[in-house]
Design a protein around this ligand. Structure first.
Ligand code: SF4
Length: 307
């Protein structure tokens, strides 16, 4: 059986089970398995995968195997799983050097990273990784509301998120921060929106990517939802929340709502596109309140999102 987009099948090429949508055409390489934190209430991604650091020899075997097939074509690579920065700096630098040596046309290598790990890592180590060719970090902020961050067990306060974001930028990384619409529930949607805008304004990341909360079976939040202990906001409230976040933003980031979970695709460069993004959201909200056909469309999207 062929495995993954690369169709690597002759030996046990181990690829990360998750990657950002922007890495859809990237070579996928696994440096760790699972998530060393694995406590976030909304997350089911690595619940059945014990955390492991892969030995360098094993990683290099995968690089060699991929290079035999795609050595001339790979332009971008993504390193998994959830937080590659827990890897020792020397080992990760060696992996990066090996990647660039094996794929001569490689222009960009990116990775997921936890804010806490960035905050704890020595700035010189981060700079070393950047110099070795790690270009972009994808970090889950989820929310800037302190109470919600604690509730979801993200393991980072808003101030630690800010510290990590600024440190990543100082080390020279492109920073892509992920926001989870709906994670404040019905009770704290305003605090979630305002806190998120505040943290984003302090960091001013290169990219802001929003995702809609869809509690997945296997996640603690899904169980809470089933027991009636957590309510996901309605589509109208989610759009209101997104509008409120954008209204509060004073950043120069690219804003993207480009995930299958999102109700409304949005893409704009801040601050120049802020008014257009708000206008689009305002029009959608107005239509959602008055057009039964659009309500039905959203209802169907909701059904598909929960498949
Ligand atoms: S959201 Fe990220 S850090 Fe949290 S448990 Fe999932 S993979 Fe780990």
């Amino acid at each position: 059986m062929a495995i993954g987009r690369l169709r690597l099948k002759d030996r046990g090429y181990d690829f990360p089970p998750y990657r950002p949508p922007s890495e859809a055409y990237s070579l996928l390489l696994r440096v760790t398995r699972g998530c060393p934190w694995n406590k976030c209430l909304f997350c089911s991604m690595y619940k059945d995968i014990p955390f492991e650091r892969r030995p360098l020899e094993e990683i290099k075997e995968d690089i060699e195997q991929a290079a035999r097939l795609y050595g001339e074509s790979a332009r971008t690579a993504f390193i998994g799983d959830s937080n590659s920065l827990v890897t020792k700096t020397e080992l990760l630098s060696e992996v990066l050097r090996s990647l660039y040596a094996s794929f001569p046309r490689l222009e960009r290598v990116t990775s997921y990273a936890r804010a806490q790990t960035i905050a704890k890592k020595d700035l010189d180590d981060l700079k070393q990784l950047r110099k070795a060719g790690l270009v972009r970090l994808h970090v889950g902020l989820e929310t800037g509301d302190a109470e919600t961050l604690e509730f979801i067990q993200k393991g980072a306060t808003p101030e630690e998120q800010i510290e990590a974001g600024l440190k990543a930028k100082e080390a020279g990384f492109e920073l892509s921060l992920y926001i989870l619409l709906g994670i404040g529930g019905i009770r704290r949607w305003k605090e979630h929106a305002d806190g998120t805008a505040r943290v984003l304004n302090k960091i001013d990341p290169h990219f802001i990517r929003v995702r809609n909360l869809v509690p997945q079976p296997g996640s603690p939040l899904h169980e809470m939802k089933q027991r009636g202990e957590f309510s996901v906001p309605s589509p109208e409230l989610i759009l209101e929340e997104e509008k409120r976040i954008i209204e509060g933003l004073e950043v120069t980031s690219e804003f993207l709502s480009d995930h299958i979970s999102n109700y409304l695709p949005l893409n704009g460069q801040m601050p120049s596109d802020k008014a257009t993004l708000l206008q689009t959201l305002g029009q959608e909200l107005e239509a959602l309140r008055t057009d039964p056909a659009l309500c039905e469309e959203y209802r169907q999207k909701e059904f598909l999102r929960n498949l």
